[in-house]
Design a protein around this ligand. Structure first.
Ligand code: SF4
Ligand code: FES
Length: 248
Protein backbone atom coordinates (compact mmCIF):
# COMPACT_ATOMS: atom_id res chain seq x y z
CA UNK A 1 0.00 0.00 0.00
CA UNK A 2 1.28 3.48 -0.87
CA UNK A 3 2.64 5.33 2.16
CA UNK A 4 1.42 8.79 3.13
CA UNK A 5 2.60 11.47 5.55
CA UNK A 6 0.78 14.23 7.39
CA UNK A 7 1.98 17.82 7.05
CA UNK A 8 0.80 20.52 9.42
CA UNK A 9 1.35 23.87 7.74
CA UNK A 10 0.98 27.24 9.44
CA UNK A 11 -1.34 29.35 7.31
CA UNK A 12 -1.79 33.09 7.50
CA UNK A 13 -3.89 34.88 4.93
CA UNK A 14 -4.22 38.41 6.24
CA UNK A 15 -7.52 38.98 4.40
CA UNK A 16 -9.23 36.11 6.26
CA UNK A 17 -7.13 34.99 9.27
CA UNK A 18 -7.08 37.12 12.41
CA UNK A 19 -4.02 35.10 13.44
CA UNK A 20 -2.00 32.19 11.99
CA UNK A 21 -3.76 28.79 12.00
CA UNK A 22 -2.49 25.26 11.37
CA UNK A 23 -3.85 23.40 8.36
CA UNK A 24 -3.32 19.68 7.90
CA UNK A 25 -2.63 17.92 4.60
CA UNK A 26 -2.21 14.19 3.89
CA UNK A 27 0.08 13.49 0.94
CA UNK A 28 1.95 10.64 -0.74
CA UNK A 29 5.34 9.87 0.83
CA UNK A 30 8.45 8.67 -0.99
CA UNK A 31 11.98 8.30 0.39
CA UNK A 32 13.46 10.88 -1.98
CA UNK A 33 10.98 13.66 -1.24
CA UNK A 34 12.16 16.90 0.34
CA UNK A 35 9.93 19.11 2.46
CA UNK A 36 9.97 21.60 -0.43
CA UNK A 37 8.72 18.90 -2.82
CA UNK A 38 5.96 18.10 -0.33
CA UNK A 39 4.91 21.76 -0.28
CA UNK A 40 5.00 21.85 -4.09
CA UNK A 41 2.81 18.73 -4.14
CA UNK A 42 0.32 20.47 -1.83
CA UNK A 43 0.31 23.57 -4.04
CA UNK A 44 0.02 21.65 -7.32
CA UNK A 45 -2.44 18.94 -6.24
CA UNK A 46 -4.24 19.87 -3.01
CA UNK A 47 -4.34 23.60 -2.31
CA UNK A 48 -3.16 26.21 -4.77
CA UNK A 49 -3.60 29.00 -2.21
CA UNK A 50 -0.53 27.96 -0.15
CA UNK A 51 2.32 30.53 -0.34
CA UNK A 52 6.04 29.88 0.21
CA UNK A 53 9.36 31.01 -1.27
CA UNK A 54 11.74 28.80 -3.21
CA UNK A 55 13.91 28.92 -6.30
CA UNK A 56 17.05 26.79 -6.73
CA UNK A 57 15.99 23.53 -4.95
CA UNK A 58 19.68 22.92 -4.15
CA UNK A 59 20.59 24.95 -1.04
CA UNK A 60 22.05 27.82 -3.02
CA UNK A 61 19.48 30.63 -3.26
CA UNK A 62 18.60 30.76 0.44
CA UNK A 63 14.91 31.46 -0.18
CA UNK A 64 13.22 28.33 1.23
CA UNK A 65 14.07 28.71 4.93
CA UNK A 66 11.29 27.84 7.41
CA UNK A 67 10.72 26.20 10.77
CA UNK A 68 10.52 22.44 10.28
CA UNK A 69 9.42 20.58 13.39
CA UNK A 70 10.49 23.63 15.40
CA UNK A 71 13.98 24.00 13.89
CA UNK A 72 15.12 26.57 11.30
CA UNK A 73 16.00 24.65 8.11
CA UNK A 74 16.03 24.86 4.33
CA UNK A 75 13.00 22.97 3.03
CA UNK A 76 14.90 21.85 -0.10
CA UNK A 77 17.67 20.33 2.04
CA UNK A 78 15.38 18.57 4.53
CA UNK A 79 14.07 15.15 3.55
CA UNK A 80 10.78 13.63 4.65
CA UNK A 81 12.50 10.27 5.19
CA UNK A 82 14.31 11.80 8.16
CA UNK A 83 10.99 12.92 9.63
CA UNK A 84 8.88 9.85 8.78
CA UNK A 85 6.32 8.80 9.98
CA UNK A 86 5.56 12.40 10.90
CA UNK A 87 3.50 14.44 11.30
CA UNK A 88 5.78 17.16 9.96
CA UNK A 89 5.04 20.68 11.13
CA UNK A 90 6.09 23.55 8.89
CA UNK A 91 5.92 27.18 10.01
CA UNK A 92 7.26 30.56 8.93
CA UNK A 93 10.71 31.47 10.25
CA UNK A 94 10.77 32.56 13.89
CA UNK A 95 11.38 36.21 14.76
CA UNK A 96 10.10 37.66 11.48
CA UNK A 97 6.64 39.08 10.77
CA UNK A 98 4.60 36.79 8.50
CA UNK A 99 3.64 38.31 5.19
CA UNK A 100 1.58 35.31 4.08
CA UNK A 101 1.66 31.62 5.09
CA UNK A 102 5.37 30.62 5.05
CA UNK A 103 6.57 33.91 3.54
CA UNK A 104 8.17 36.34 6.01
CA UNK A 105 8.82 40.07 5.75
CA UNK A 106 12.56 40.48 5.11
CA UNK A 107 12.89 44.28 5.14
CA UNK A 108 14.63 44.36 8.52
CA UNK A 109 17.36 42.01 7.30
CA UNK A 110 17.78 43.89 4.01
CA UNK A 111 18.21 47.11 5.97
CA UNK A 112 20.87 45.44 8.12
CA UNK A 113 22.65 44.10 5.05
CA UNK A 114 22.85 47.62 3.62
CA UNK A 115 24.23 48.95 6.90
CA UNK A 116 27.20 46.57 6.94
CA UNK A 117 28.32 47.76 3.46
CA UNK A 118 28.62 44.27 1.94
CA UNK A 119 31.12 45.12 -0.77
CA UNK A 120 34.84 45.84 -1.09
CA UNK A 121 35.72 49.41 -0.20
CA UNK A 122 39.10 49.92 -1.92
CA UNK A 123 41.99 51.11 0.24
CA UNK A 124 42.98 53.55 -2.51
CA UNK A 125 41.69 54.38 -6.00
CA UNK A 126 43.00 51.82 -8.48
CA UNK A 127 43.10 52.03 -12.26
CA UNK A 128 42.48 49.15 -14.66
CA UNK A 129 46.08 49.53 -15.86
CA UNK A 130 47.27 48.49 -12.39
CA UNK A 131 45.79 45.05 -13.04
CA UNK A 132 43.90 42.69 -10.77
CA UNK A 133 44.31 42.43 -7.02
CA UNK A 134 46.45 39.49 -6.02
CA UNK A 135 45.79 37.43 -2.90
CA UNK A 136 47.73 34.63 -1.30
CA UNK A 137 45.91 31.41 -0.31
CA UNK A 138 46.42 32.45 3.34
CA UNK A 139 44.70 35.79 2.70
CA UNK A 140 41.81 34.02 0.96
CA UNK A 141 41.45 31.59 3.83
CA UNK A 142 40.83 34.44 6.29
CA UNK A 143 37.43 35.25 4.79
CA UNK A 144 36.46 32.41 2.44
CA UNK A 145 34.26 30.54 4.92
CA UNK A 146 32.31 33.71 5.72
CA UNK A 147 31.68 34.38 2.02
CA UNK A 148 29.47 31.28 1.72
CA UNK A 149 26.44 32.96 3.31
CA UNK A 150 23.28 32.61 1.22
CA UNK A 151 21.19 35.09 3.28
CA UNK A 152 18.75 32.35 4.27
CA UNK A 153 17.93 33.91 7.68
CA UNK A 154 18.05 30.56 9.50
CA UNK A 155 20.57 32.00 11.95
CA UNK A 156 18.21 34.88 12.77
CA UNK A 157 15.36 32.45 13.45
CA UNK A 158 17.74 30.53 15.76
CA UNK A 159 19.07 33.58 17.61
CA UNK A 160 17.31 34.21 20.94
CA UNK A 161 18.88 37.66 21.19
CA UNK A 162 17.47 38.76 17.83
CA UNK A 163 14.11 37.47 19.04
CA UNK A 164 14.38 39.70 22.13
CA UNK A 165 15.91 42.72 20.42
CA UNK A 166 15.24 43.12 16.69
CA UNK A 167 17.69 46.05 16.59
CA UNK A 168 20.58 43.57 17.03
CA UNK A 169 22.44 43.45 13.71
CA UNK A 170 22.39 39.67 14.06
CA UNK A 171 24.54 36.69 13.06
CA UNK A 172 24.19 36.58 9.25
CA UNK A 173 24.90 40.27 8.61
CA UNK A 174 27.77 40.25 11.12
CA UNK A 175 29.30 37.20 9.41
CA UNK A 176 29.15 39.02 6.11
CA UNK A 177 30.58 42.16 7.69
CA UNK A 178 33.48 40.04 8.91
CA UNK A 179 33.90 38.56 5.43
CA UNK A 180 34.70 42.05 4.06
CA UNK A 181 36.73 43.27 7.04
CA UNK A 182 38.92 40.17 6.77
CA UNK A 183 39.55 40.66 3.04
CA UNK A 184 43.05 41.97 2.26
CA UNK A 185 41.64 44.07 -0.62
CA UNK A 186 39.25 45.96 1.63
CA UNK A 187 39.84 49.27 3.41
CA UNK A 188 36.40 49.74 5.02
CA UNK A 189 37.00 48.00 8.35
CA UNK A 190 37.15 51.21 10.41
CA UNK A 191 33.70 52.29 9.11
CA UNK A 192 32.17 48.87 9.73
CA UNK A 193 33.71 48.58 13.21
CA UNK A 194 31.58 51.53 14.33
CA UNK A 195 28.51 49.32 13.79
CA UNK A 196 30.24 46.29 15.34
CA UNK A 197 30.84 48.22 18.58
CA UNK A 198 27.50 50.09 18.56
CA UNK A 199 24.60 49.39 20.91
CA UNK A 200 23.03 47.10 18.28
CA UNK A 201 26.39 45.40 17.53
CA UNK A 202 28.21 42.26 18.64
CA UNK A 203 27.90 42.75 22.38
CA UNK A 204 24.20 41.85 22.12
CA UNK A 205 25.33 38.28 21.46
CA UNK A 206 25.24 35.99 24.51
CA UNK A 207 27.23 33.21 22.79
CA UNK A 208 24.40 30.66 22.55
CA UNK A 209 25.90 29.35 19.27
CA UNK A 210 22.65 27.94 17.82
CA UNK A 211 23.14 30.25 14.79
CA UNK A 212 26.18 28.24 13.72
CA UNK A 213 24.44 24.95 14.43
CA UNK A 214 21.59 25.66 12.00
CA UNK A 215 23.65 27.35 9.26
CA UNK A 216 23.30 25.18 6.12
CA UNK A 217 26.56 26.50 4.60
CA UNK A 218 28.84 26.10 7.64
CA UNK A 219 29.53 29.83 7.72
CA UNK A 220 29.86 29.74 11.52
CA UNK A 221 28.46 33.21 12.24
CA UNK A 222 29.11 32.72 15.98
CA UNK A 223 32.82 32.57 15.19
CA UNK A 224 32.60 35.83 13.18
CA UNK A 225 30.76 37.52 16.06
CA UNK A 226 33.33 36.28 18.59
CA UNK A 227 36.25 37.52 16.51
CA UNK A 228 34.60 40.91 16.26
CA UNK A 229 33.96 41.07 19.99
CA UNK A 230 37.71 40.65 20.47
CA UNK A 231 38.55 43.27 17.83
CA UNK A 232 36.02 45.78 19.21
CA UNK A 233 37.33 45.32 22.77
CA UNK A 234 40.94 45.73 21.55
CA UNK A 235 40.01 48.91 19.64
CA UNK A 236 38.28 50.27 22.74
CA UNK A 237 41.34 49.83 24.94
CA UNK A 238 43.70 51.07 22.24
CA UNK A 239 41.62 54.25 21.96
CA UNK A 240 42.87 55.22 25.44
CA UNK A 241 46.50 54.69 24.43
CA UNK A 242 46.53 56.30 21.00
CA UNK A 243 45.92 59.96 20.17
CA UNK A 244 42.59 60.61 18.43
CA UNK A 245 42.91 59.82 14.74
CA UNK A 246 46.04 57.75 15.32
CA UNK A 247 44.11 54.47 15.13
CA UNK A 248 44.70 52.40 12.03
S1 SF4 B 1 25.18 32.77 8.18
FE1 SF4 B 1 24.37 30.76 7.53
S2 SF4 B 1 22.33 30.66 8.49
FE2 SF4 B 1 22.95 32.80 8.56
S3 SF4 B 1 22.05 33.75 6.72
FE3 SF4 B 1 24.16 33.08 6.19
S4 SF4 B 1 23.94 31.02 5.35
FE4 SF4 B 1 22.02 31.47 6.41
S1 FES C 1 15.20 26.50 -2.88
FE1 FES C 1 17.09 27.60 -2.91
S2 FES C 1 17.96 27.20 -0.96
FE2 FES C 1 16.17 25.97 -1.01
Amino acid sequence: MARTITMEVLRYRPEQDAEPVLQTYELPFTDDMSVLQALLHIKDELDETLSFRWSCRMAICGSCGMMINGKPALSCKTFLRDLYPGPVRVEALNHFPIERDLVVVMEDFIDKLERIQPYIIPKAPRTLAQGEYLQTPAELEKYEQFSSCINCLLCYAACPQYGLNPDFVGPGALALLHRYNADSRDGGAAQRMELVAAEEGVFNCTAVGYCSEVCPKHVDPANAVNQNKTTAARDYFLSFLMPKGGKK
